[in-house]
Design a protein around this ligand. Structure first.
Ligand code: NAD
Length: 485
């Protein structure tokens, strides 16, 4: 499996590196990934540059561009089962979850096509005798870098927010989970996207990713991934003075108050931490429960956790599949010991699941002595819930904010003042009240603090992916100083 440049596979070079791509359910090699080196990255950026500087894409009538984006939506829907199968096989995500993500990917292309088709400028006529108008233009060639935890959902979101304005791009998905994204980029071309608008390069971050971000032909960088990588990418981008948008890690607080509908809070807290195999930036991984209800709530949470169906992600009944790759499974498992060293009590799980093959981890819950414990401060990124008890809302909000992250937060309460206070005082990009992780495409999504810079969403995407240009015209040519006259 290789890159896709100008809509086609590049010529196979001798001496390249092939990375094995493994199925996390069976641990078997599915295919080999030919890593794009600096020369191949250069070919991809050159293609995107050509498509932007002299290709039709940025200059197409918006209705033509919109028709192509709608055709992409339709073709993704037509290939939903195939894309979902690839995602389950390559990333281990449960089928039902992935089918939803494929539908959302299709919807994203439709939605941002609509936004682009209603984009308009401003006119200023207040200054007598002058007309000034402001137009928006696409910004150029974007490097888009995506992670492995929801490969299709996150790569498609990056592309769908980038190309409708007329930009072109080079996409680099994670080297761990390239399957579904490779097929997605083929589908974009089958739907009529001109060659060069979306190029795909595959390979490790340190090789292919670094070459892409450093390439002089790149005008902007959109990155979704870990905070440490985001920092490295921003440093590289700063050397070339190109803008970056960063969607990074999280350690979101999930506050369960005694005033909550506890049935819904229980369901929502389980979804908040265990959906997507626990591998999600917006997971409600720090569960703060009010002491008056803590014992019963935690007991019920543990009982439900022990009944979660862990297994083959292609089985429709499966709720949690394997973690995406072996190294990640080992990292998640290591947190059982970390928790215990910090004085946390293991409530359930904490081991590799008793399944013959595959990188399965038992859904895990621990009760930490305080929010200072490492399991409260570090992103574990697996099916690993950490409980801490609290007495007052002041304490819960203080703990929620005592984190280097600020991506999302959850509050469960039927008391309006409590909900509104959490909304006002929690330093996070999203506050979900009495619901887990509803994504509204129209609203901005992104993080405070080390959870990111910039937002996804229509307004933020217009800001990031377009340039503003002011054109100034005198209506009654005013007198002008005549040098040397
Ligand atoms: P990662 O940072 O290890 O890798 C992300 C991508 O960056 C991969 O494609 C990788 O190859 C590439 N990369 C790595 N080093 C690079 C470099 N020096 N230059 C260029 N590219 C490089 O992240 P991950 O482990 O794949 O993903 C998990 C992380 O992503 C978690 O921290 C999670 O919270 C975060 N995430 C955030 C959001 C969000 O919207 N905020 C969404 C999903 C995941």
């Amino acid at each position: 499996m290789c890159s896709l440049i100008d809509g086609a596979a590049p010529p196979l070079r001798s001496g390249g590196i092939d990375l094995p791509i493994l199925n996390p359910t069976t641990e078997e090699v599915i295919t080999r990934l030919r890593e794009a080196d600096a020369a191949e990255v250069d070919a991809a950026v050159t293609s995107a540059r050509r498509a932007f500087d002299s290709g039709p894409w940025p200059h197409l009538d918006i209705n033509v561009r919109k028709d192509i984006l709608y055709a992409i939506r339709d073709r993704i829907r037509a290939h939903a089962a195939e894309l979902a199968w690839l995602e389950c096989t390559g990333a281990g995500l449960p089928l039902q979850r992935v089918l939803d993500q494929v539908q959302r990917a299709a919807r994203s292309f439709e939605f941002f096509a609509e936004v682009a088709s209603t984009l308009h400028g401003d006119t200023y006529t207040q200054t007598k005798g002058w007309l000034t108008y402001v137009t928006r233009e696409p910004k150029g060639v974007a490097a888009l870098i995506a992670p492995w935890n929801a490969p299709l959902a996150l790569a498609s979101m990056r592309i769908a927010t980038c190309i409708p304005w007329g930009n072109t791009c080079v996409l680099k998905p994670s080297e761990h989970t390239p399957l579904s994204v490779r097929r997605l980029v083929e589908i974009l071309h089958e739907a009529g996207l001109p060659p060069g608008v979306v190029n795909l390069v595959n390979g490790r971050g340190s090789v292919t990713g670094a070459a892409l971000v450093d390439h002089p032909g790149i005008d902007l960088v959109g990155f979704t991934g870990g905070t440490a990588t985001g920092r490295a990418i921003m440093t590289a981008a700063a050397r070339r003075l190109v803008p970056v948008a960063l969607e990074l890690g999280g350690k979101s607080a999930n506050i369960v108050c005694e005033s909550a509908d506890l049935e819904r809070a229980l369901d929502g807290s389980l979804v908040g931490i265990f959906a997507n195999n626990g591998q999600q930036c917006l997971a409600g991984s720090r569960i703060f429960v009010q002491r008056s209800i803590a014992r019963e709530f935690i007991e019920r949470f543990v009982a439900r956790t022990q009944r979660i169906r862990v297994g083959d992600p292609l089985e429709p009944v499966t709720e949690i599949g394997p973690l995406a790759f072996e190294g990640h499974m080992q990292r998640v498992l290591a947190y059982t010991k970390v928790a215990q060293e910090d004085g946390a009590r293991l409530l359930t799980g904490g081991r590799r699941a008793a399944i013959e093959r595959g990188w399965f981890v038992e859904p895990t819950a621990v009760l930490a002595p305080s929010n200072e414990a490492r399991v409260c401060q570090e992103e574990i990124f697996g099916p690993f819930a950490t409980f801490v008890e609290f007495d007052t809302l002041d304490q819960a909000i203080a703990m929620a904010n005592h984190s280097k992250f600020g991506l999302a937060s959850y509050v469960w309460s039927n008391d309006l003042d409590t909900a509104m206070r959490c909304s006002r005082e929690i330093r996070a990009g999203t506050v979900w009240v009495n619901t887990p992780m509803m994504r509204e495409l129209r609203a901005p999504f992104g993080g405070y603090k080390e959870s990111g810079i910039g937002r996804d969403g229509p307004a933020a995407s217009v800001e990031f992916f377009t340039e503003q240009k002011a054109t100034i015209i005198p209506l009654d040519p005013p007198p002008m100083h005549r040098f040397g006259a």
